[in-house]
Design a protein around this ligand. Structure first.
Ligand code: UDX
Length: 468
């Protein structure tokens, strides 16, 4: 099928590349010329395992093309994905100006033939109908340019140019760091809208994925498709993220109580996770959730509820538990080192989670800010950030090139991101290089006994006690 994906951020580029990989003819549109040039050469502007490989093979088979020309993309696609960003505004609402511009742009460039316009971005509830209205506005704008100056298009003229289209909400549930894997192995596909015709085309588009042709385990039954109305599909995305974020805040709260009563949250998580009603996922206590989705989506849902006169108390609590949790490493550093002024703290990891180069809303940022405020010197080593030298959003931290340089002279280390390679560092050597071998394991990722044997004073989150 002919597909156009507008916006080549995480969602857009992964969607475009994966759809090309399963045999569709894809054009990806982005208004950033530099980025388009980079992608044409087969390079991915983001770090995402497996993405460059499938991009390059799709370029070779000519299944994917990149352009900054929206008109060309719209004219190519029978299915048009809107996958532009909806970043948070200071108020917590989503900034939907990019969605607005693209929806109008689609309308201005629609040519004959039925098209399905798909909202892939996480858009505020009610956006499906709004996008429909904007596309219609765009169509009218274009028609105005087609009548003599000062003239008004006649009804006949309007209908002559009016294109047939439907809007579908198709939220994504990809995790950064495993986005390609998640696209080929989804738990479900949600299609919101009231047009049977649009839903049937979307089912056709996803059929190879639904039939598990590209799945890790091809023997699984087909992926369930859930067809809903527009606003329920939009709500599913918010509710899923809000639930997961709340689940993490819940276990973090339990961890804080564990710390006080002398229990071990990792054991508690195992014990409750074996209850199939609870499930064992997203029960890892630590220094809180971050990234481009959870903080933005939970705030936006709270805001939407507010707009409709409802105070989302549980979600507000999930956010405030998380804000406090981001400073838990600081609290623990103070417990062990007492005064932080003049001390050097080394951070293992900076990104909000492993296998990504994303620093958006990363817990490391607030930790650096607060350590600086208290007069500590902050150094960091992150497998991706140290390698790429990418420093966007980072200040007040010295980025080292490896973990041993990081350890050198530090009064304490804080494990911020659970990068796999941190499980096999030479902690014996690192302990010897440090002024005080203290480690705050902000993700309960390391084996306490190994660290203690290496000479460290080990402090986890909700893991009972300071061990040494
Ligand atoms: C999330 C959703 O999982 C995904 O479905 C949605 O499409 C986008 O948002 P992502 O932000 O990539 O994906 O990361 P995720 O793996 O969900 O982690 C989010 C945050 O929660 C990270 O900061 C992570 O460190 C934290 N986390 C996750 C925990 O603290 N404990 C856990 O048990 C799981």
């Amino acid at each position: 099928m002919r597909v156009c994906v507008i916006g080549t951020g995480y969602v857009g580029l992964v969607t475009g590349a994966c759809l090309a990989h399963i045999g569709h003819d894809v054009i990806c549109v982005d208004n950033n010329e530099e980025k388009v040039k980079l992608m044409k050469s087969g390079q991915s502007p983001i770090f995402e395992p497996g993405l460059s490989e499938i991009m390059q093979s799709a370029i070779q088979t000519q299944k994917i093309h990149f352009t900054s020309d929206l008109a060309a993309g719209v004219s190519h696609g029978e299915i048009l994905f809107i996958a532009v960003g909806t970043p948070p505004l200071p108020t917590g609402e989503s900034d939907t100006r990019y969605v607005e511009a693209v929806a109008r742009g689609i309308g201005e460039n629609l040519n004959g033939g039925y098209k399905v316009i798909v909202n892939k971005s996480t858009v505020p509830i009610g956006s499906g109908d709004w996008v429909r209205m904007l596309v219609l506005d765009g169509i009218v704008e274009r028609q105005k340019t087609l009548v003599p100056a000062g003239g008004v298009p006649s009804d006949e003229k309007l209908s002559e140019f009016a294109a047939e289209f439907d809007v579908v909400s198709n939220p994504e549930f990809l995790r950064e760091g495993s986005a390609v894997h998640d696209t080929f192995n989804p738990d479900r596909i949600v299609l919101g809208g009231n047009s049977q015709r649009a839903v049937a085309l979307m089912e056709q588009l996803y059929d190879p994925i639904v039939q598990r042709k590209y799945a890790e385990d091809q023997s699984l039954p087909p992926v369930p498709i859930l067809a809903t109305d527009l606003s329920s599909a939009e709500m599913i995305k918010y509710a899923a993220n809000a639930f997961l974020a709340t689940k993490i805040s819940f276990i973090n709260e339990v961890a804080n109580i564990c710390d006080r009563v002398g229990a071990d949250v990792t054991q508690v998580a195992k014990g409750i996770g074996l209850d199939s009603r609870i499930g064992n996922k997203f029960l890892q206590a630590g220094i809180g959730w971050g990234g481009s989705c959870f903080p933005k989506d939970v705030s936006a849902l709270i805001h939407t509820a507010d707009d409709y006169g409802y105070e989302a108390q549980l979600l507000k609590s999930a956010v405030s538990v998380n804000e406090r949790q981001r400073l838990i490493a600081l609290e623990k550093l103070q417990q062990v080192l007492k005064i932080l002024k003049g001390k050097t703290v080394g951070l293992l990891g900076l990104t909000f989670k492993p296998d990504t180069d994303d620093l958006r809303d990363a817990p490391a940022l607030i930790l650096i800010e607060q350590l600086n405020r208290l007069g500590a010197k902050v150094k960091a080593y992150d497998p991706i950030i140290s390698q790429t030298g990418m420093r966007h959003g980072l200040s007040g931290v010295l980025v080292e090139t490896d973990a041993e340089r990081l350890a050198d002279g530090c009064d304490a280390l804080v494990l911020v991101t659970e990068w796999q390679q941190f499980s096999t560092l030479d902690y014996l050597k690192m302990a010897k290089l440090m002024a005080h071998p203290v480690i705050i394991d902000g993700r309960n990722f390391l084996d306490p006994e190994t660290l203690i044997r290496a000479g460290f004073q080990y402090v986890g989150v909700g893991r009972q006690r300071v061990r040494s």
